[in-house]
Design a protein around this ligand. Structure first.
Ligand code: FES
Ligand SMILES: [Fe+2]
Length: 344
């Protein structure tokens, strides 16, 4: 019942632009200053700025008066003033002043969307709720991002000209490590063929090679904790200094239907002087090597044939991404359905 409330196009659009009711990283922290900045994420236009205390505000990038971009306007502390006629909108999306007209009825109205904001480990996260879920959900990040004592990390972000679904599927496919990155510094070892296995976990699932761990990119974990996060580990040889394998915590944020941002925290369980040494080595040599690997992913994905998904011949190694696809579709449908039913 109710199935027909959601059209195939709506479903496809939601899957292309990203599920709602999750937190997504949208920018590295350093890129948000007191000067307003305008971005597009999940197909939504958003203006962000920092107030005098360094707190970030994020609102829909649209002046409720006549549609000018608020990000082109002025930061007046906890609000933005539109460049066109000076209307002021606060961080919750409420109009607080209309300087051009006395007693304007727009004052006090909540006219545009305000986003909840969090800053974690060098990234700005926004919560994207649908009509029924405006209150942000809890965000449960992997301990690699919450335990600063234990784990050191670098955030790397890249913009790819590919739909986010392909970028996530790429991480749900550990076997590509031994081929696409087979010549790289960290993924040259191990079997070129494997049996794959899925284990359901409390937070999501782990997709892994049977009988090979700690040799190449051998497993991926998908975690659903108010944010969709991916975890994987890649071994580091002795030439990469102390600290053993390094973990990647990845998140992918849709920009629009053709672009996405990938956020990768490169993490090592390391502290004290060893962490300093790793940071030094990272900056001096490892970072470049990691970027080279990421470029291989970008090049491959940006050049997939058009509508690659419609002409695939999947085999068992693709179980991990198939599982993620099902999850995406199920959740997208449920979200749209709930809103459509509430409206009906
Ligand atoms: S369009 Fe923004 S104040 Fe007129
Ligand atoms: Fe890769």
């Amino acid at each position: 019942m109710g199935e027909e409330l959601v059209t195939a196009d709506q479903l496809e659009e939601r899957m292309d632009l990203g599920l709602l009711n999750y937190w997504y990283p949208v920018l590295p922290s350093w890129s948000v200053s007191e000067t307003p900045i305008g971005i597009t994420r999940l197909g939504q236009k958003i203006a962000l700025w920092r107030d005098k205390d360094g707190v970030i505000h994020a609102i829909e990038d649209r002046c409720p008066h006549r549609g000018a971009r608020l990000s082109l306007g002025w930061n007046v502390g906890d609000r933005l003033a539109c460049w066109y006629h000076g209307v002021q909108v606060d961080g919750k999306g409420n109009v607080v002043e209309v300087p051009a007209e006395k007693n304007c009825p727009m004052v006090g109205e909540a006219c545009v969307t305000g986003y909840s904001v969090k800053e974690v480990r060098g990234a700005v996260f926004l919560y994207f709720g649908d009509e029924l879920n405006q209150e942000p959900v809890d965000i449960g990040l992997p301990e690699e991002l919450t335990d600063d004592e234990e784990y050191g990390s670098f955030l790397c972000m890249a913009k790819w000209k590919v739909n986010h679904r392909y970028a996530v599927e790429n991480v749900m496919d550990p076997m590509h490590g031994a081929y696409l990155h087979g010549e790289s510094h960290s993924m040259a070892a191990g079997d070129k063929s494997a049996e794959m296995h899925i284990t359901k976990t409390e937070l999501g699932l782990i997709f892994e090679k049977v009988g090979q761990k700690g040799v190449n990119f051998d497993w991926t974990e998908l975690r659903e904790t108010g944010v969709q996060a991916l975890r994987l580990a890649i071994p580091y040889g002795p030439e990469a200094g102390p600290g053993g394998a390094f973990t990647i915590v990845g998140m992918c944020t849709p920009v629009d239907r053709e672009h996405c941002l990938v956020f990768f925290w490169r993490v090592r369980q390391i502290s004290g002087w060893k962490r300093d040494l790793w940071r030094f080595m990272y900056r001096n040599s490892l970072e470049k090597k990691h970027w080279d690997v990421l470029e291989q992913d970008r090049l491959l994905l940006e050049n997939l044939v058009e509508d690659a998904r419609d002409q695939e011949f999947l085999y068992t190694h693709d179980m991990g991404l198939v599982r993620w696809r099902r999850l995406l579709q199920k959740k997208a449908k449920a979200q749209l359905q709930a809103v459509a039913e509430a409206k009906a």
